[in-house]
Each structure stands twice: as structure tokens, then as C-alpha cells.
Design a protein around this ligand. Structure first.
Ligand code: CIR
Length: 255
């Protein structure tokens, strides 16, 4: 999480039609755009150089740049997102990523993988199988990661959790915040797992940036839990993006 750069995309008005699993109401566009702007401002405030790409009205979920690629200091990998309406987003991030990352690898299929299913740890990454990431995709991704010198393990995402990182995030190198259904994930062996407080499962999609953890602003028990551990917490509004199943990690690629 010692990131120096991030790549984001401004939400298009079509973002209100973004995918949501439970068929709930549309987000309010003005509120959603304000949440995105606050997020980009926070990343810049924490010292990152942030490039913000133009909105793509044909792709309602394109503001969630995390899902279409993986970025590391060593290089980047273009993914094959598992939702059919999101596949076309990859073509729009290829050129900007190629400009930023001379070493650009790409999944060729037939499998699928979403970046929201990839949790980066100090010594490896965990790829969670989900409704968006299948076994063939995870295996191909593990091979591409090994070309960048990064070891990958494959894990299960519990039913009802969209992406692996919808249910967990890094507090620090050795500590994970996870929803109860993910707390016993075998791939977390050797790490400390802290479970989300009651009724705050949505807080698990937090984002560690340098010395600060970004957390949704309505998860006050989680703020207290992190503060008690000596972690610097920066609450950010996420109510509107939550209507389309997103949280804080989803809105950027980081390296
Ligand atoms: C989708 O269903 O693809 C978007 N509405 C939400 C993507 C959230 N991304 C993430 O968790 N990495």
C-alpha cells in the first residue's frame, strides 16, 4: 500500500444504471459524482499522483477501474471482467495503461477475472473465485502474475459476496478486516483477521493508502475499532456507490 500512483475514471451519467445484484434503487448521480470527487481528492491529499480518465457513457460501471486491470510497480495486466456489460471497458483502459506501464500483459481467455477479486498482500496475492472470476481465469491470471514475479493463491469467495474484496481489505501488512463469512479463509493463515463489527459488513471494502485507511463514513464502530488499533482513519462517503455494489477499493487502480 506504499502507492505513488492511481488511475481513476470520472463517472458518466449512465453510472446510475450500474449493475447491482439485489435490484435495488438507482443511486443519485449528483451524490455519486460527489463521492467520486471526494475519493480522488483524498488520494491526492495522501500524496498520490492521480490520473482521471474521461467518462464512458456506454459503460455504466467504467468508474470502477479496479476491475479491468491489475497494476504493480513491476507492470500491469489487462483482465477479462466477468460481467458481459463490462468486457468493453478493457479496450478503453489499454492505451492509458500502456502509457503508464511499459510492461503490459493481457489475459487471453477463455476464463474471466475481475480485479475486485484480487487482494494484494506483502508477499503474494490472493485471487478469489466469485461470480465474476472463474477457475480458468484465476489460473491464467496466476501464470501472468508469475511472469511479473508475483506469487498467487486461489481462494473461495463466500456466496452472496460480489467480489473477494467486497468482503475483506488490508488494515496493514499483517492484518485483514473481513466479514464473518470470510474470516476463516484458509489463505489468511498466518495473518491476523479482524472481523467487521455487527451490521458493518460494508466496512470491509476499505482501502489502505500509505499510512491511512479509507473507510466508508457510516461505519462508526469500524472507525472506533481501527482507531483503537492506532490506525489513521479517513472516513469517506459511499452511500450512493453502495447502491451499485461498490466500495472504496473499486474506484481506482493503484501502484
Ligand atoms: C459491478 O457490479 O461490476 C459494479 N456495479 C460494482 C463493481 C465493484 N467493484 C469492486 O468491488 N471491485
Amino acid at each position: 500500500y506504499a502507492f505513488t500512483h492511481a488511475l481513476c475514471r470520472t463517472p458518466a451519467p449512465s453510472a446510475v444504471h450500474g449493475i447491482r445484484a439485489d435490484g435495488g434503487p438507482d443511486p443519485d448521480f449528483t451524490g455519486l459524482a460527489a463521492e467520486h470527487a471526494a475519493y480522488v481528492a483524498a488520494l491526492r491529499d495522501l500524496g498520490l499522483t492521480v490520473e482521471v480518465l474521461s467518462p464512458l457513457d456506454d459503460f455504466p460501471d467504467a468508474l470502477f477501474t479496479e476491475d479491468v486491470a491489475l497494476t504493480f510497480p513491476e507492470g500491469a495486466i489487462l483482465l477479462r471482467p466477468g460481467a458481459p456489460t463490462r468486457a468493453g471497458e478493457v479496450a478503453h483502459i489499454r492505451q492509458p495503461l500502456a502509457a503508464l506501464h511499459p510492461r503490459l500483459l493481457e489475459m487471453s481467455g477463455p476464463g474471466y477475472a475481475d480485479g475486485g477479486d484480487v487482494l494484494r498482500l506483502a508477499d503474494r496475492v490472493i485471487i478469489g473465485l466469485s461470480s465474476r472470476t472463474d477457475h480458468i481465469g484465476a489460473e491464467e491470471l496466476a501464470v501472468l502474475l508469475s511472469e511479473l514475479g508475483i506469487r498467487a493463491e486461489i481462494a473461495e469467495t463466500p456466496p452472496g459476496v460480489l467480489h473477494f474484496k467486497t468482503g475483506c481489505g488490508l488494515i496493514d501488512e499483517r492484518t485483514i478486516l473481513a466479514v464473518p463469512a470470510l474470516a476463516a479463509c484458509p489463505e489468511f493463515a498466518g495473518l491476523e483477521v479482524v472481523t467487521t463489527p455487527a451490521d458493518e459488513e460494508g466496512a470491509a471494502n476499505l482501502l489502505r493508502i500509505r499510512d491511512t485507511v479509507l473507510v466508508g463514513d457510516r461505519w462508526s464502530a469500524t472507525h472506533a475499532l481501527l482507531a483503537a488499533r492506532g490506525v489513521a482513519v479517513r472516513p469517506l462517503p459511499t452511500t450512493e456507490i453502495a447502491h451499485i455494489d461498490a466500495g472504496l477499493s473499486c474506484m481506482s487502480l493503484r501502484w
